[in-house]
Structure formats: C-alpha cells, structure tokens
Design a binder for this molecule. Structure first.
Ligand code: GLN
Length: 447
C-alpha cells in the first residue's frame, strides 16, 4: 500500500530521493516469514518506513541530497537504522532533505524540491522535509529525520505530523553523515505521539561506535502515554510570544496551553533569558563544525570528482566547487572564517560561551517547570521560492528550535491546529535532559 501511494503521489510531492521497491518487497517477505515463525513480535515488525538520506544504508544510495555524494553507496548501515531493521521495519527508501541538512525548506537539495502534501505551492519545511512530507502523504508509516537545529521539529510542524528530537546522546550518530556533530540527533517522525514513543524506544541505544552516545535505562518511552498532566508545571517563555510570531500561530499555541490547563496542568508565562543570542551562537557553532566535517569530501574518497583538472589541488578545488551547492558553500566559508586564528576567540569561543549560558538558562527554567511550551516555528509553511533568496530571513525562522540543540535537551513538535489557509500549525514542548517522558506525557494529551 505504501509503494502504491508513492506511485500515486511522488509526481507531486517528491518526498524521496531513492525508492527501493525491490529491496523493500524482499525485506517484507523475509519479515513476514519471521513473524509467522514467531521470531519477530515487536510493534514495528513489518512496518514500512522511510529514512532521511543522510543516514548510511548498506548497498543503498545515500546522497545527503548533494551532488558531491551522487554515487555514494555505503558499505555499512547507520546504527539507528540497524535497530529498526532488527525490529522488523521495512525500509522503503531514502528521503529528500536540504543539502547536508543545511536549510529550512528542503529547497537546497540538489535533487529538486519537495512539496508540502497539504498544499503543493508551499514548502514542507526542512531539513527533514522529505521525511515529514512522506509521513503526511502516507507514503510510509513513519520516517527517521535528523535535527541539528530544528530539522525534525520544524518540518513536522509544517506538515502536520509529530516529530521528536531526543536528548543529545540518546540515539547513536554512527552512520549519520555529520553536519554539526555536537548538535546532531536522529529522531522519529510519525503520525502521532504514540508512534513516535514506540519508534524512539527502538532507535535509542548505547553504542560504543559513537563516543557521545549515552547509556540510559529509562527508555521505556511508551510508559509515558498516560493522558495525565495533572499537577504538571508548564512554562511559556514570554520571549517566544513576542513580535515576529504570526497571530494565528500564537492563537493556536495559547489555545493548546488552555487545553493543558483544563486537564489540570499549571501553566504560566516566564522570562527565558538569552533567547536573542541563540541564532548567532547556533550559526557560528554549526557552521564551524560543518566546515570541518565537510573537509572529507575531496573527490578522492567518495562521490563526485571533477572531470577535468590539472594536478591534485585543482582536482580538490573543482570537485568541491562543482559538488557543493550555494548554501553549503556559504556555511563552509562562514565556518572557516570563525575558526581562523585571528577570529577564533572573537566568534567561535564566544559562541561556545553563549551556548553554556543558554544551557544554564534552561537549567534555571527546568528547576521550576516540567515542560516548556511554545511554537515550533514563527509562521506556517512559506511558499516555494520565498525563502531561498534571503538566507538571513531563513536563519531567523529557526529561533524557537535551535536553543534545544545548543542545550542538548529533548523537544517534540505536535500538530495543534491550522491557519486560515489550511496549513498545519505545530506546538513545541521542550523538556530537561533525559526527560523525554515528560514531553511525551504532555504531548499525548492532544492525541
Ligand atoms: N535550519 C537549520 C540549518 O540550516 C536546520 C539544521 C538542522 O536541524 N539540520 O542549519
């Protein structure tokens, strides 16, 4: 059914870079046998899913939506995907994204844009736009996305689906092609909170192949699906409701807060300081790490190599110039600049200090509140083409999501209504480190 839906809708939506029909059907047959033999009994056995194209899949093209990886077929599978396959999940294919996960609309992909299934004139958000559009269009039952600065939560909100960015270290990054390694986390995108909790339970695991992965013994996330928010303390940062927030989005967020209040939660506004420093700190750190991570794409070890060149240097230069798109080049230049010796202290080090202060601001907030509530994005999905011409404007749209990555804390985006154009609005709930169950519990009350 998922493959049929893909055939029906991909012409319009274009959520996938690669659909692996043959592989999926073969995998499905094997899973079926194991289910019948009683070897696979979990809730994900036989469920068809899509994987963002920045996660390595053995034998299956993995492009990061970049020309530089147009021929890259990995020899190993990302740990999170391996966990899914061990649970019997059938991988349908790889989803479109912003090139190397840099962007907020999926328009920086080298393989064409993805369209919002609710209105094809609008973007699905990004960078996990393909994953979220595929879920919204029923072109899979769920998908994996990655979130470095909102890339699961923002497109989930634009596509009317649910997505979780877990606490940093919860899901192994082994096999996730790095963007900003200190911020990147893989997470589930699904139809609802229950599905997300079940998927997160499977992909969360300690992994010796990722030195930042954490051993946790509290990953029974589905136990938080209780529809009970009585006594929960919920804070809304006043700064998240100020100018720049679309009126209809604001109304929907406040209405959602009211639902929680009616169900017995204590909801109040508070001042979360330093909000205005999150964007500059994030773009400094993420670009710095990206410039370093992307230095491995040199035309020798993987992917694209320029056809004509003289000598090694020109080969590097031409392969990278032709292989990377404009947004990726902008980040490499910005990152190299803030890391260069004369500017390191003034920019990179200052951004790291800001990151530490932002974490402290969240620590203070979570001493008082169980959950922080706010919008996932300042507005609903823009029209195709509106954001590309103005990168700064696009960066500003990340205001509500990126501080969670700087602080390493978990966040969820759940649908909470529609604007007058019929486009979905997303509510974001943030929790303290390792408190996924609290945000799942609060989010479940909207199900
Ligand atoms: N808009 C953010 C960026 O471009 C999204 C990053 C992400 O989460 N992958 O950096």
């Amino acid at each position: 059914a998922a493959l049929e839906q893909i055939k029906r809708l991909e012409g319009t939506v274009h959520a996938y870079v690669t659909v692996d029909e043959e592989g999926a059907l073969k995998q499905a047959e094997e899973v079926q046998k194991k289910i019948e033999a009683g070897e696979l009994t979990g809730p994900l056995a036989g469920v068809p899913a899509a994987i963002k194209d920045n996660m390595c899949t053995k034998g299956l093209l993995t492009t990061c939506s970049s020309r530089i990886l147009e021929n890259f077929v990995p020899t190993y599978t990302a740990q999170a995907v391996e966990n899914l396959e061990a649970a019997g999940v059938v991988v349908l294919g790889k989803t479109n994204m912003d090139e190397f996960a840099m962007g907020s609309t999926t328009e920086t992909s080298a393989y064409g844009v993805t369209r919002n299934p609710w209105n094809p004139e609008h973007v699905p958000g990004g960078s996990s736009g393909g994953s979220c559009a595929a879920v919204a269009a029923n072109e899979c039952s769920f998908a994996l996305g990655s979130d470095t600065g909102g890339s699961i939560r923002q497109p989930s909100s634009f596509c009317g689906v649910t997505g979780i960015k877990p606490t940093y270290g919860t899901v192994s990054r082994y096999g996730l092609i790095a963007y900003g390694s200190s911020l990147d986390q893989i997470g589930p995108v699904a139809k609802d909170v229950s599905d997300c909790a079940a998927i997160l339970e499977v992909i969360a695991s300690w992994d010796r192949k990722d030195s930042t992965s954490i051993k946790r013994d509290d990953c029974d996330f589905t136990s938080a699906l209780t529809d009970d928010v009585k006594g929960m303390k919920i804070g809304i940062p006043r700064d998240y409701l100020g100018s720049g927030l679309d009126v209809e989005v604001k109304q929907a967020i406040l209405a959602a807060a009211e639902v929680l209040r009616e169900k017995g939660a204590e909801v109040e506004e508070f001042d979360l300081s330093l909000v205005e420093y999150a964007i500059p700190a994030y773009y400094t750190i993420a670009s710095a790490e990206a410039s370093s991570n992307l230095s491995r794409f040199d035309g020798i070890k993987y992917g694209y190599r320029a056809k004509e060149y003289e000598g090694l240097h020109q080969m590097y230069k031409k392969s990278r110039s032709e292989g990377f798109g404009p947004e990726v080049k902008r980040r490499i230049m910005l990152g190299s600049f803030v890391l260069s010796s004369g500017y390191y202290d003034a920019y990179y080090l200052k951004a790291l200090r800001t990151k530490a202060l932002i974490k402290q601001a969240f620590d203070r907030a979570f001493a008082k509140y169980d959950v922080i509530l706010g919008p996932a994005a300042p507005a609903t999905a823009p029209k195709l083409g509106e954001s590309l011409s103005n990168p700064l404007q696009m960066y500003l749209g990340d205001i509500y999501t990126i501080s969670a990555n700087l602080a390493g804390i978990p966040g969820i985006s759940v649908p909470c209504g529609r604007d007058s154009k019929g486009l979905p609005i997303g509510l974001q709930l943030l929790g303290d480190c390792f408190q996924e169950k609290k945000i799942i519990r609060a989010a479940y009350s909207f199900e």
